[in-house]
Design a protein around this ligand. Structure first.
Ligand SMILES: [Zn+2]
Ligand SMILES: [Zn+2]
Length: 197
């Protein structure tokens, strides 16, 4: 015979518990009510600790969840990646500013999307860094001491296999940018030409 709930002393207990189902539910609700301030405080603290990236992701995810509940976004049953037939799916949000424009993909294709995204972000960071060096070059190169300009130009003119590059060569231009950036960050050292001041 199943032992009786220790609370209502009427219904049978849940397996390995003191209470029946309805008493367990009531007990949990009472516990939450009693501890509401502590629970809310902990939630707020956890929310505060999130990084801005995490906050943006959470915001996009909750907007998406809302759109799904309202029926504005439909769940699909098969991975959207071409020729993939997986049915255990995740919503992939490529652009956090457009949380409803999603792709339903399987775990593997989600990993692929993540890799593509971080590659795209790394490429964007490289482009931004290069643009920054270019604009610093436009302003700063002409302001360098004449002998530094000469040393950087000499460095830039050195092509592969000892050939001398013309100032029109794309490689000359990228060498000059690289040399300028190295000089600016203190890494460009040419014995003799730059020593002394
Ligand atoms: Zn009970
Ligand atoms: Zn897939």
């Amino acid at each position: 015979m199943t032992p009786k709930c220790t609370r209502c002393r009427t219904n049978p207990r849940l397996a390995r518990q003191r209470y029946c189902r309805s008493c367990a539910t009531a007990y949990n609700r009472e516990w939450r009510e009693k501890n509401r301030p502590a629970i809310n405080k902990r939630r707020c603290e956890a929310a505060e600790k999130r990084s801005s990236g995490q906050k943006a992701r959470d915001k996009a995810r909750s907007a998406l969840a809302m759109a799904i509940r309202r029926g504005a976004v439909k769940r699909l049953s098969v991975c959207e990646a071409p020729e993939c037939l997986e049915t255990a799916l995740f919503a992939w949000i490529a652009d956090l500013g457009r949380p409803r424009e999603i792709e339903w993909v399987c775990r593997e294709h989600r990993e692929i999307r993540r890799a593509e995204l971080s590659e795209a972000q790394a490429a964007a960071a490289r482009r931004a860094a290069l643009a920054e060096v270019r604009s610093a070059f436009d302003v700063g190169f002409a302001a360098l001491p004449e002998r530094v300009q000469t040393a950087l130009r000499e460095y830039a003119a050195k092509g592969p296999a000892g050939i001398t590059l013309s100032v029109e060569a794309p490689l000359y231009k990228s060498n000059l940018l690289r040399a300028f950036e190295a000089y600016r960050s203190g890494r460009f050292v040419t014995p003799g030409s730059l020593s002394g001041s």
